[in-house]
Write a protein that binds this ligand. Sequence first.
Ligand SMILES: Nc1ncnc2c1ncn2[C@@H]1O[C@H](COP(=O)(O)OP(=O)(O)OP(=O)(O)O)[C@@H](O)[C@H]1O
Ligand SMILES: [Mg+2]
Length: 363
Amino acid sequence: MPQPVPRLEIRALTRSFGGRPVVNNVSLTIAPGQVTCLLGPSGCGKSTTLRMIAGVETPDSGEILIDGVPVFGAGRTLPPEARGVGLMFQDFALFPHLTVARNVAFGLQGDRDSRMKRVSELLEKVNLSGYGDKHPHQLSGGEQQRVALARALAPRPRLMLMDEPFSGLDNRLRDGIRDTTLEVLKEEGAAVLLVTHEPDEALRMADEIALMRGGHIVQRGSPYNVYNSPVDKAAAAFFSDINVIPGVSRGALTLTPFGDFLTPGHADGGAVEIIIRPQHIKIDFDRAGRGPNPTPMDGTPARGTVTRARFLGRESLVEFSMDYDKSTLTAAVPGVFLPKPGTVLWLMIRRDRCFVFPAHPRG
Ligand SMILES: Nc1ncnc2c1ncn2[C@@H]1O[C@H](COP(=O)(O)OP(=O)(O)OP(=O)(O)O)[C@@H](O)[C@H]1O
Ligand SMILES: [Mg+2]
């Protein structure tokens, strides 16, 4: 069967500033109706990538196709307004002197009736029916944000490009607005490229996450896969705090205080790091110097002493100094539990939640 044409395809996109490549050989496809989050730390090249797709930044090389048609590449550069792309940025400025309805109608063509019909349809979708005659200064931040969304969607863009569109909103507003936005985008069937540096936002919004670092896409996949099967230590660390248990692989086995780990594919004598998220460390009581029995799931317990415990509401973050080498491990435990510093406890790590990577000497 022929593959459906992606809504957006970028091929080997590259852009340097002052001789330094900030977007380096980036390729990506997005299907119609799909939300892809470009996620990565500050300065990794996310906005530059988005701006090249929008047409406001010119790539040094590479190709950009929308619905299979080149908008950049092969000697062709379509101006931004001819790309059929909707834009939404963090500092989405509404026109202050225009009413909400006129703001939303701004990019619309056609006769007055059809424009007004589209405006009221969109205001209803973003739960702002009846706000059409108000001016932006009469709206809250969240309401203004929804008007901006309606305005960007009004001309039915095939592709929505969003750059940190929720970062100006306070936390409590943000979750609700993310959900409304996602619902409306899905209904409209636009393909979406959403830039964010917040892993929680990407996990919540994305069908696919493209994890970016230093101008490269280092991993692409569903939120579940990117979180649970990171390609390297930095990819794991981008989503949560991590614990690192060092070891040496011998004969495809690494011996640690938490028991033996199968480490096939690692060089014999090679240093490895076993990575575990705080959520996947279990703790148990000390029974007169003994811990719980080892299990195939949780391996061997190792003993540690609480050095710090922070109550965060739903969970508590507990830091331990481990008996075996005085290193620090952090466990996230349910918030009902807040052990005092000095408490001796036993830690076990969920073996199926560990990631093993070769330890690279720091360069
Ligand atoms: N016009 C420009 N001239 C020179 N350097 C630039 C220009 N635009 C971006 N850069 C540099 O390119 C790098 C990537 O910038 P970009 O805005 O794409 O990062 P980002 O991933 O969006 O970061 P953030 O999360 O902070 O928004 C940065 O180091 C930035 O300083
Ligand atoms: Mg940016």
